[in-house]
Write a protein that binds this ligand. Sequence first.
Ligand code: PMP
Length: 417
Amino acid sequence: MTTTPTTPTTPTTTATAAPASATTPPPALAARVAGTGGSPIRAILAVTARPEVINFAGGLPAPELFDTEGIAAAFAEVLATEPERALQYSTTEGEPALREALAARTTARALPTGADDLLITTGSQQALSLLATALLAPGDTVLVENPCYLAALQAFGLAGARVVGVPCDDDGIDPDALDALVAEHRPKLLYTVPTFQNPTGRTLPAERRAAVARVAARRGLWIVEDDPYGELRFEGGRVPWIATYEGARDRTVLLGSFSKVMAPGLRLGWLRVPQELRRACVVAKQAADLHTPTVNQLAAARYLSTYDLDAHVTKVAAVYAERRDAMLAALPAALPEGSTWTRPEGGMFLWATLPHGAGHDSTALLSKAVEEEVAYVPGAPFYATDPDPATLRLCFVTQTPEEITEGLARLGRALNG
Ligand code: PMP
């Protein structure tokens, strides 16, 4: 179908008194939404929704591994035993049963935490919005890893922040570069995903966490430590949260989520937040959604008390490890010679870099990949500054090893053909 541009039938004049029948367009949108785009991943998912496409672009946990039975039973028990509570409004801070269970889990991981230190959020994504509201005025500077989780860039962008990328190497943030950037830009906060980062899969080693904590303590900086993937460890030892380091304790906000270990559709996350900042986050949440769904919170608390979430996560991690290995095994043949990629010890993503100097642009190459019925996310949008067009993100958890092998054969045809 073709459309004909509409041309005004009468010349426009600058009328001060419009005729009674004329309409005036409504006022413009806020500048902050005009300057912040939609998620490129959601756009790619729309293009690649055909079932034939092997989609490494989404960050979707494997749905066949959800503990559907256990979650259904937890909801049924809650609705049978305390329906009047489960279906009622709740407090903004969250249901005490869930906060207590999460405080115990956090304490067991070497970070002493009380239920009052925690605020339940509607996914950890909401925690990012609450922190942006509580901490950022337009023009404030935020430091992020370069590259960085996309929807965090969106949350900070919508708050009108100036987002600056901190140089990273194979181990994540470079603490010396961080120190120099803090001195130069006087940022409000550093946002980091130190364990199995989205998008790179990298983990910041303990000594760098200590160094980041020292920079924050010395120079005065909030740290937002986002950890939705840390439990999904396939190998190697757990690395302590930045929040456990001495100088960072009073200025680190730790974000957690059930999305990757239980199910993202529950929309359950949490925020461990220093007292000074807690009240502002609660007020921001009141304005956003009053509270996170009561029934979901109580079902999650019931699940934690009745079932063994850690055993479930161990099972999921074992399956994800096989999928990562399938991807690592197929990558050398799929990517052009001279490409490099990360080898994550857990999580859901790996990050590939096509050889520099050969003019590879993963955004331009995506349409060729989709023609071959495979998809990935181009790396450029993940960068706050200085995008590297030769990079791309691959999610290795959603498909079986056989599908991963086939998907990478297709990617090979797209990139090498
Ligand atoms: N932080 C990071 C680093 C993520 O990758 C995601 C989801 N992809 C989120 C936060 C948001 O997760 P949710 O709101 O589902 O908890």
